[in-house]
Write a protein that binds this ligand. Structure first.
Ligand SMILES: Cc1cc2nc3c(=O)[nH]c(=O)nc-3n(C[C@H](O)[C@H](O)[C@H](O)COP(=O)(O)OP(=O)(O)OC[C@H]3O[C@@H](n4cnc5c(N)ncnc54)[C@H](O)[C@@H]3O)c2cc1C
Length: 454
């Protein structure tokens, strides 16, 4: 449906090209009459689908096919390697566009809040996952993999991802797009055990059944736990859906071996429930993790006073994420996300995805945010004072601003060239060999501006 009564399309800047940015673009395109500029700090699009979703879960990454179609739409332009806060300000964007949608995610690790957390060898899951996924921010991370044990703190799917990637064999990872350096470092490591430490019990863990089941089928690693930590049954009083999920997960966990036995596999993953981290120990780097046994009393978590130490060389907290502050945008420090009311931050300014809701949900969970933002933009821009002005410079203005600042950007054809080069360089069986630095991506392009810059 074409928009009526407007001499030119509604101009919208979407900042961030992860799932939520693309879902917002899709929703806006549905009603037409819109010009969308996707602004992304990296040359590469797709956010955590490229840099978070595990490299051995290629089928999950297929969602980018739909995002690619959106990016190729004639009403959409991609401005990669342009960062809000570094290359331009929120006020400048709001001056250029009828509406601005922030889709910047939640890229920072939530702190553990315990002593020793700053020691070298404590590597948050955002950084660790970014490293093995070839995210340019973490190309030089070089996490210490010289120890025999690593501890992953958290009982969600990200913790499972980290543990699985650490123990899979090179043959298992050969069909993934894991960063080359990470793959080599993990393969060469003397690592024997990854402990998955959870404060609560198996019933409270937020593993999805599919990911949990996958742990039992690893070629080079066994999975072990203390059967005494598994409850005999799931409490009747749990809501139906939660009860079914807990029952299924419990059935999977019962299938894992008891700690102590062995199958002769090179590595193992050990689930340690009811243990909360107390302190990271070490003089100049991580040497051990001190933990305390917990119990759930009337649904509340209590320390029991019983403590233990796990010697380890690497601690990966996987306990959640926070958004980063953007100068000029209100921030909800308590929840680590942008301050908003149902996705609206202020006149003409919206947010979607993890920076709106916090770091929970799967890729598709951001669809609804996009629909709501698109509907609100239509309502507000067509009814409000902005509609009558209709004088915003939009894409032309952005190009002029970037050119004035000598900011070169990567447009969509330039990204496609990078994508093609990665695919062409793929080792046998793998989907691609990733560029892990921005410099390498830009060097590939004949013209660093991707044909669209200053
Ligand atoms: C380790 C991990 C594994 C996951 N695995 C799965 C899975 O298997 N299946 C599943 O369904 N979900 C999975 N998820 C969840 C899924 O990735 C998220 O739900 C989804 O990516 C959130 O989308 P988003 O657009 O809000 O944020 P993101 O995907 O983080 O996208 C944000 C984008 O904004 C860009 N950006 C940030 N700041 C700026 C700035 N200032 N200027 C310009 N650009 C900026 C970033 O570079 C990024 O591209 C996983 C998440 C993690 C962390």
């Amino acid at each position: 449906m074409a928009r009526s009564g407007r001499p030119k399309p509604l101009s919208v800047a979407i900042v961030g090209s992860g799932p939520s940015g693309f879902y917002a673009a899709e929703a806006l395109l549905r009603d037409g009459g819109v010009a969308i500029d996707l602004i992304e700090r990296l040359p590469s699009p797709f956010g955590l689908v490229r840099g978070g979703v595990a490299p051995d879960h290629q089928s999950t990454k297929q969602v980018v096919r739909a995002f690619e179609r959106t990016a190729e739409h004639r009403a959409v332009a991609y401005f990669g390697h342009v960062e809000l806060g570094r290359d331009l300000t929120i006020d400048e964007l709001r001056g250029l566009y009828d509406a601005v949608v922030l889709a910047v995610g939640a890229p920072a690790d939530r702190p553990l809040g315990i002593d020793g957390e700053a020691l070298p060898g404590v590597v948050g899951s955002a950084a660790f996952v970014g490293w093995y996924n070839g995210h340019p921010d973490f190309a030089a991370l070089s996490p210490p993999l010289d120890g025999r044990r690593a501890v992953v703190i958290g009982n969600g799917n990200v913790a499972l991802d980290v543990a699985r990637v650490l123990v899979k064999s090179p043959a298992e990872m050969a069909v993934s797009d894991i960063a080359e350096d990470a793959s080599a470092a993990i393969a060469a490591s003397p690592l024997e055990e990854v402990v998955l430490l959870g404060r609560r019990g198996p019933l409270e863990a937020r593993f999805s059944q599919k990911e949990l089941r996958e742990m039992g089928g690893l070629e080079a690693a066994e999975v072990a736990l203390d059967p005494g930590q598994l409850p005999a049954a799931v409490p009747e009083e749990l809501p139906e859906r939660a009860r079914r999920l807990a029952e299924r997960n419990l059935a999977v966990l019962r299938g894992f071996r008891a700690v102590g036995g062995g199958t002769g596999k090179r590595r193992r993953v050990r689930f340690e429930f009811f243990a909360r981290p107390l302190a990271v120990l070490g003089r100049t780097r991580v040497e051990a993790l001190r933990w305390e046994r917990t119990a759930l009393v009337d649904g509340r978590l209590r320390g029991t006073g019983e403590t233990g130490e796990l010697s380890c060389g690497l601690v990966v907290p996987a306990i959640g994420y926070r958004s980063r502050r953007i100068p000029g945008v209100p921030f909800d420090a308590a929840h680590g996300r942008l301050r908003n009311r149902e996705g609206r931050i202020g006149p003409g300014l919206y947010c979607v995805g993890w920076c709106r809701r916090g770091p929970s949900g799967v890729i598709g969970s951001s669809k609804q945010d996009g629909d709501q933002a698109a509907a609100a933009i239509r309502r507000e821009c067509e009814a409000g004072p902005e509609a009558s002005q209709n004088g915003k410079a939009g894409r032309r203005g952005l190009r002029r601003l970037l050119a004035r600042r000598a900011v070169t950007w990567v447009d969509y054809p330039a990204w496609q060239a990078i994508d093609a080069a990665e695919r062409a360089a793929a080792p046998a069986g793998a989907p691609r060999r990733k560029f892990v630095t921005v410099e390498d991506m830009l060097a590939l392009l004949e013209r660093p501006s991707g044909g669209g810059g200053a």
